[in-house]
Design a protein around this ligand. Structure first.
Ligand code: CAA
Length: 299
């Protein structure tokens, strides 16, 4: 390892890869916590949408009295965007929040590394993929780790931290301090499929889909049952739609492949919904149809 690669990093400039739901949420909390942020995405249209959404979502916090209007304006002024990876060249840390697809993430990391400062840290917001495997395609596995935010990022208090086999203590401690500066609580997970939260949550959502598939109950009964019966803020089918059914399926598949246990088999109904392009809220249809004023169950 060269000297630059061993250096302690103080994070002030943050890069975010991916202008989707998670990437915009991460950029939102970083900017609101005083960090200078650059969002990179291949699509200029998606970048514009992300900035509009961040404006709207900080606006919710202003309306609720949690954030001052002046702080909102200052946060928005800290966010820049770009569709060339060179915009990430001066970043102290880059957080990748692309689609949950291992080959895509690996390609992004391979393309990204030549643009980075020698001492830059790299994090993936992957919700299930091996940090060690992702780190192995980079030129800095000791400066690489998992930083898994929950959705909606501005509202949820947790960030899971995951060390790959090569992650250095310096990297871990710099990223933990950074997460704390974002106002998040952290938990640390070993590098096993889906880590802590999704190892437990996604099989529960999959079981709710089996409950529907086997005709035990309809969508409303399952969601009301879990909301009122267990005090969950959202029912499991509502939550699956909120997370995105493609993401739920990707995580179940990672658990099934990675742990080789049939108890993790994805429900065929989940597969069918994804094949239909019914991915939940983001496409307007999943276990509910979101085209009207109120969500309506699709089964
Ligand atoms: N920024 C972004 N989105 C915000 C927000 C903000 N500041 N404040 C609220 N939201 C979103 C909600 O998702 C929802 O969206 P729409 O209005 O666009 O439909 C809406 O705002 C609800 O707003 P409310 O003010 O009514 O919020 P609420 O007080 O009812 O709480 C909630 C909403 C916090 C999402 C609550 O329902 C909840 O806690 N649900 C469970 C969320 C959860 O479990 N998240 C973890 C998912 S798992 C995960 O993320 C890991 C993974 O890798 C898959």
């Amino acid at each position: 390892m060269n000297e630059a690669a061993k250096a302690l990093v103080t994070i002030s400039k943050v890069g975010v890869i991916g202008a989707g739901q998670m990437g915009s949420g991460i950029a939102h909390v970083c900017a609101l916590s005083g960090f200078d942020v650059v969002i990179y995405d291949i699509s200029d249209e998606q970048l514009k949408k992300a900035v509009t959404n961040i404006d709207k979502n900080i606006g919710r916090q202003v309306n609720k009295g949690f954030v001052a209007e002046a702080d909102k304006q200052a946060a928005l002024a800290r966010i820049k965007t770009g569709s060339s990876m060179s915009v990430l060249g001066d970043r102290d840390v880059v957080i990748e929040a692309a689609t949950e697809n291992e080959e895509l993430k690996k390609k992004i990391f391979r393309d990204l590394c030549p643009h980075l400062k020698a001492d830059a840290l790299l994090c993936s917001n992957t919700s299930s993929i091996s940090i060690t495997r992702l780190a192995a395609v980079t030129d800095r596995p000791e400066r690489f780790m998992g930083m898994h935010f929950m959705n909606p990022v501005p509202v949820m208090k947790l960030v899971e931290l995951i060390r790959g086999i090569a992650t250095s203590e310096m990297t871990f401690s710099a990223v933990r301090t950074f997460a704390e500066k974002l106002g998040k609580n952290t938990v640390t997970s070993e590098d096993f499929p889906a880590f802590i939260v999704n190892r437990i949550l996604i099989p529960m959502l999959n079981e709710a889909i089996y409950t529907l598939y086997e005709g035990v109950a309809n969508v409303r009964a399952i969601d009301v049952g879990m909301k009122l019966g267990v005090n969950h803020p959202m029912g499991p089918l509502e939550l699956a739609d909120f997370i995105g059914l493609d993401t739920c399926l990707a995580i179940m598949t990672t658990l099934h492949d990675g742990l080789a246990d049939t108890k993790y088999r994805p429900c065929p109904l989940l597969v069918k919904y994804v094949e239909a392009g019914w991915l939940g809220r983001k496409t307007g249809k999943g276990f509910y149809d979101y085209s009207g004023p109120e969500p309506v169950p699709t089964r």
